[in-house]
Design a protein around this ligand. Structure first.
Ligand code: PLP
Length: 428
C-alpha cells in the first residue's frame, strides 16, 4: 500500500463508511468501456456502472468529445437570469422523451436535490391552491430516494440508512412494500392497504412518491405494474400528485426508457438523474406537468429553489450527447441481450443453499442471500476474482454498462458465482 492510499484511509470519507474502521478502497487509475484499471496494473470488469450511471461505459469517445467541445465555449455560467443552448437543447430533449404531459423542466445538481425540489413543488402546488394542510407524503416501505433530509423522510424508515435521524425528520405515511412481483399474478388485495391509507389521510397528503417498478437501494425489489395504474387512479380520485422517482430506473435500465411506461401511466412530477449524464457529471432534473407548473404560481408565487450549479453547461452538453448515444446504440437491444444473458447465467444460483432468491429485470441482476455479507471479506474477494461488485446487506447485484460485451458479462457472472462459493467455503 502506498502513502496516498494510507492518507485516504485516515482522512477521507467514502459513502456510508466509518472513519474509525474504514475498509481500504481500491485505487482506480483509469477506466474504459466496462473495465476499471487499478493502480497495481490489474484490470477488473465493472458490474455496477458506478451506481446505475455509466450506461455507455467509461471513457466513451462521444461523451468525451461533447464535454471537451463545450469546454471551449464555457464550463459554467449562472442560470439565474441567463440561459444557454446546452440547457435549452437538453430540456427540449427531456420533454420530448418523457411522458407527453410533462412539459416543464427544472435542472439541478444531484438526484437527492431533485427529490427535494419535487417534494417542495408538491407542497407549493397544494399551498397555492389554498390546501396548505396537504403537506405530507405517502410512499412504500423499502424505498430509497436519497440522503438529504426530506428525501430521507420517505426512505424506508427501518431498513433505510437513516434510523438515527428518525426523530428529526418530517413524519410521512408509509405502506408495506409492494409484495406482488413484476410477473406474478395480480390480485386486488395487493392495493388494499395503499387505498385504505389514502382514503383515511388524503386531506393531509400532497403527493405519493415512489420508485416505479424497481425499488433500488431500499431492497432491489421488482413489482407489478398494476400497482402504478391503481395508484395513479387513486391519486386522481383523492386529488394527490404522483411523483415518480426515475433516478435509478430512467434511461433504459429496466427495458423501457422510463419505468412508468411499463404501466402506461404518466406521473405529475418525475425525477431523473444518475444515467442522465451517462455518468460523466453530477446532474439531475425534475419534469412536471403544466398543471403543476402553473399551479405553483397560481397565487403569484415562484418556485423557491435555485442551485448554484443549476443548468451547468458541461452537464447539459454531456447529458444531451448521452441521450443521443442511447438512441443511436439501440439501447432496447443492448438491455434485452443483457437481460437474457443474466437470466441464463445467474438463475442456477437459486439452487444454492445460501441463496434466498435470484431476480433479473432489464439490465439488473440480483442475488438475494439468506444472510448479510461481511464486506471486509467479500469485497477484496470480488476484486481478486477480477470483478467490481458492491453488495449491501443481503443483496449482491449487478447492473453493468449497456456496452458490456457478451464475454465480459459471462466473466462477470461466472466470477460472481465463484466468489460467493469461495466466500461461503471460507465461512465453513
Ligand atoms: C441514487 C438515487 C437517489 C439519489 O441520487 P443522488 O444523486 O445520489 O443524490 C434518489 N432516488 C433514487 C431512486 C436513487 O436511486
Amino acid at each position: 500500500m502506498n502513502d496516498l492510499s494510507d492518507f485516504d484511509l485516515k482522512h477521507i470519507w467514502h459513502p456510508y463508511t466509518s472513519m474509525t474502521q474504514p475498509l481500504r478502497c481500491v485505487t482506480v487509475k483509469s477506466a474504459s468501456g466496462s473495465r476499471l484499471e487499478l493502480d497495481d496494473g490489474r484490470s477488473i470488469v465493472d458490474g455496477m456502472s458506478s451506481w446505475w450511471c455509466m450506461v455507455h461505459g467509461y471513457n466513451n469517445p462521444r461523451l468525451n468529445q461533447a464535454i471537451t467541445d463545450q469546454l471551449k465555449s464555457m464550463a459554467h455560467v449562472m442560470f439565474g437570469g441567463i440561459t444557454h443552448e446546452p440547457a435549452i437543447k437538453l430540456c427540449k430533449k427531456l420533454i420530448e422523451i418523457t411522458p407527453p404531459s410533462l412539459q416543464h423542466c427544472f435542472l439541478c445538481d444531484s438526484g437527492s436535490v431533485s427529490v427535494e425540489a419535487a417534494m417542495k413543488m408538491a407542497i407549493q402546488y397544494q399551498y397555492a391552491r389554498g390546501k396548505g394542510k396537504k403537506n405530507k407524503f405517502l410512499t412504500f416501505r423499502n424505498g430509497y430516494h436519497g440522503d438529504t433530509f426530506n428525501a430521507m423522510s420517505v426512505c424506508d424508515p427501518v431498513t433505510g440508512m437513516h434510523q438515527i435521524f428518525s426523530h428529526t425528520l418530517p413524519k410521512n405515511y408509509f405502506v408495506s412494500r409492494p409484495e406482488c412481483g413484476f410477473a406474478s399474478q395480480w390480485s386486488k388485495h395487493y392495493i388494499e392497504e395503499f387505498a385504505r391509507t389514502i382514503k383515511r389521510h388524503h386531506r393531509k397528503i400532497c403527493a405519493v412518491i415512489l420508485e416505479p417498478i424497481v425499488q433500488g437501494a431500499g431492497g432491489m425489489n421488482f413489482y407489478h405494474p398494476e400497482y402504478l395504474r391503481q395508484i395513479r387512479a387513486l391519486c386522481d380520485k383523492y386529488d394527490l400528485l404522483l411523483i415518480a422517482d426515475e433516478i435509478a430506473t430512467g434511461f433504459g435500465r429496466t427495458g423501457k426508457l422510463f419505468a412508468c411506461e411499463w404501466a402506461g401511466i404518466e406521473p405529475d412530477i418525475m425525477c431523473v438523474g444518475k444515467a442522465l449524464t451517462g455518468g460523466y457529471m453530477t446532474g439531475a432534473a425534475v419534469l412536471t406537468s403544466s398543471k403543476v407548473a402553473r399551479g405553483i404560481s397560481a397565487d403569484g408565487g415562484v418556485f423557491m429553489h435555485g442551485p448554484t450549479f443549476m443548468g451547468n453547461p458541461l452537464m447539459c452538453a454531456v447529458a444531451l450527447a448521452s441521450i443521443q448515444l442511447l438512441e443511436e446504440n439501440n439501447w432496447q437491444q443492448q438491455v434485452a441481450a443483457i437481460e437474457e444473458q443474466l437470466r441464463r447465467e445467474l438463475s442456477s444460483a437459486a439452487e444454492l443453499e445460501y441463496v434466498q432468491e435470484v431476480r433479473v429485470f432489464g439490465a439488473i441482476g440480483v442475488i438475494e442471500l439468506k444472510d448479510q455479507v461481511d464486506m471486509q471479506t467479500i469485497q477484496p474477494l470480488f476484486v481478486e476474482n477480477g470483478i467490481w461488485i458492491r453488495p449491501f446487506g443481503k443483496l449482491v447485484y449487478i447492473m453493468p454498462p449497456f456496452v458490456i460485451s457478451t464475454e465480459e458479462l459471462d466473466f462477470l457472472c461466472k466470477q460472481l458465482l465463484t466468489t460467493l462459493n469461495e466466500y461461503y467455503k471460507q465461512g465453513e
